[in-house]
Design a binder for this molecule. Structure first.
Ligand SMILES: Cc1cc2nc3c(=O)[nH]c(=O)nc-3n(C[C@H](O)[C@H](O)[C@H](O)COP(=O)(O)OP(=O)(O)OC[C@H]3O[C@@H](n4cnc5c(N)ncnc54)[C@H](O)[C@@H]3O)c2cc1C
Length: 448
């Protein structure tokens, strides 16, 4: 017989995990299905924005996560050429308590939130569970999903199915929701090298450029994450040129990496991220909601893919916790809530995407024209005292993070006693899992 629950969330990325966590905390029975067997993922959006940290703090989660996780605090986005430096956005006024982006690997963040949510009786997490089909009622309403786990096909029926399964969302395809690409001008090829204590202090969020080359240098936990920007569709030629031209770029742009540059021994060590900006026709259908990259792909250029996914989850949880807790669940109330999620979130997402399309085109043009400077508008911003701080503050505000509703803020009654202590323990456990035993202490403040 098919299993039954209130909400099934497909996809254990930041959007799905945060939503499952919040619904369980709010007292809703929820099943999370993740196709992979673990949360170990590299080269993903790891940049948690100041207002999202404030949001996690309201839930008692931010300090335990940051205290136990090696991370970098990027307080500004800085663009460097061999001759000049521009601070394009400064986040030091973006939050009183967390005036920086915390670069926390998803491989730590996701298991931490799952472990935290396991304390709530309503959460079931199934790893290695790949969704292949939707279940529908006679009137077309989505009423569940079919998934395969351990070679066995299973069905879970639910009052709501949430597709949080990323940019190539299977749920979105099965629901017949069309996606439109708004921008595809650049790709990024990622590579990582270990950090050393003797490395220079950077802002943690840097672009380093020379004519025809743009390198993202992100301080991430125990590594530097390096991203070569290239015009879209040129990765084949990029790889065919071999590793030596890339090493030469690294020697010029980040010479202090020294012998670690030789760790790039083969072009196949690079991970390609085709940078896409995608919008979809509708985020909801009767019985179904899409969030995160499944609903809108945000370019990694602003480092906000993870943040938009988390804020979608926060907005969805606020609006769904009431309808999904009532007995019986009213399909009309659920559908009204999912439509409201889209109305609340779409304007902020579309504003961000419009800006990103412009930045991407400018970046592709600059690569072609061999102009290493940021776009003229960005240079102007950087030159006016106070403007980078204004930009950093406004950009953070535009994420539009909602305050948790009381049912989520307070959590179940039995959990109010000792939540912080347990949160610290699970963050430490997630970090040990990632780094093979050693917890390497608190974050490093980056400097501009
Ligand atoms: C390769 C790559 C590199 C990236 N690099 C950056 C970056 O450097 N900076 C940045 O800001 N952003 C980056 N992003 C984007 C950022 O990671 C995403 O915006 C963010 O993770 C979105 O979260 P999400 O929960 O919506 O989706 P995702 O994080 O994509 O999570 C979706 C989850 O759904 C699971 N899933 C997929 N199909 C199924 C299925 N059929 N059944 C069950 N589960 C399924 C997947 O395994 C995955 O765990 C990158 C994305 C990718 C794909």
């Amino acid at each position: 017989m098919a299993e039954r629950t209130r909400c099934v969330v497909v996809g254990g990325g930041p959007g799905g995990v945060v939503l499952a966590h919040l619904l369980a905390r709010g007292g809703v029975e929820v099943v999370l299905l993740e196709s992979r067997g673990d949360f170990d993922r590299r080269f993903r959006g790891d940049t948690i924005a100041p207002p999202v940290l404030d949001y996690l703090d309201l839930l008692g989660l931010a300090d335990p996560l940051l205290d136990a996780t090696p991370h970098v605090r990027g307080n500004a986005f800085v663009w460097r050429t061999p001759d000049a430096t521009w601070t394009l956005a400064d986040y030091r006024n973006a939050s009183r308590k967390y005036p920086y982006y915390a670069l926390v690997p998803q491989a730590v963040f996701l298991p931490f939130l799952v472990e935290q949510a396991r304390r709530y009786p309503g959460l079931t997490v199934r790893m290695g569970a790949r969704v292949s089909d939707l279940v529908r009622a006679d009137d077309g309403r989505v009423t569940g999903v079919v998934y395969t786990q351990d070679g066995e096909r299973r069905t879970v029926l639910a009052d709501l199915v949430v597709g949080a399964d990323g940019r190539t969302s299977k749920v979105r395809q099965l629901a017949g929701v069309a996606a439109t690409e708004l921008g595809a001008s650049i790709d990024i090829a990622w590579f990582a090298v270990p950090r050393r204590d003797s490395d220079p202090v950077t802002s943690g969020l840097e672009a380093r450029a020379e004519p025809g080359q743009l390198l993202a240098v992100l301080g991430q936990g125990t590594d530097w994450q390096l991203g070569f920007a290239l015009p879209a569709g040129t990765f084949g030629a990029f790889k065919a040129a071999g590793v030596e031209p890339l090493r030469a770029v690294l020697r010029r742009l980040v010479p202090w990496l020294g012998d670690r540059i030789d760790l790039l021994a083969d072009v196949n060590q690079l991970t390609l991220l085709p940078v896409r900006i995608t919008t979809v026709d509708a985020w909801s259908r009767p019985g179904l909601l899409l969030i995160g990259d499944a609903a809108h792909v945000i370019s990694p250029v602003g480092g906000n893919g993870i943040n938009y996914a988390i804020v979608d989850a926060a907005e969805a949880a606020n609006r769904l916790v009431g309808p999904l807790r009532s007995t019986p669940v009213g399909p009309g109330a659920v559908d009204a809530a999912t439509a409201a999620v889209e109305r609340a979130r779409r304007p902020s997402v579309e504003r961000e995407q419009r800006g990103q399309v412009r930045i991407e085109r400018e970046t592709a043009r600059a690569l072609r024209d061999r102009d290493p400077r940021p776009a003229l508008a960005l240079r102007l911003i950087a030159s006016i005292p106070g403007f980078p701080r204004l930009v950093g503050t406004l950009a953070s505000r535009s994420l539009a993070v909602p305050r948790p509703v009381p049912a989520i803020l307070t959590g179940p009654a039995h959990e109010r006693a000792e939540p912080l202590h347990r949160a610290r323990l699970t963050a430490a456990a997630a970090t040990r899992h990632l780094h093979g035993g050693a917890v390497r202490g608190r974050g490093r403040d980056a400097g501009i």
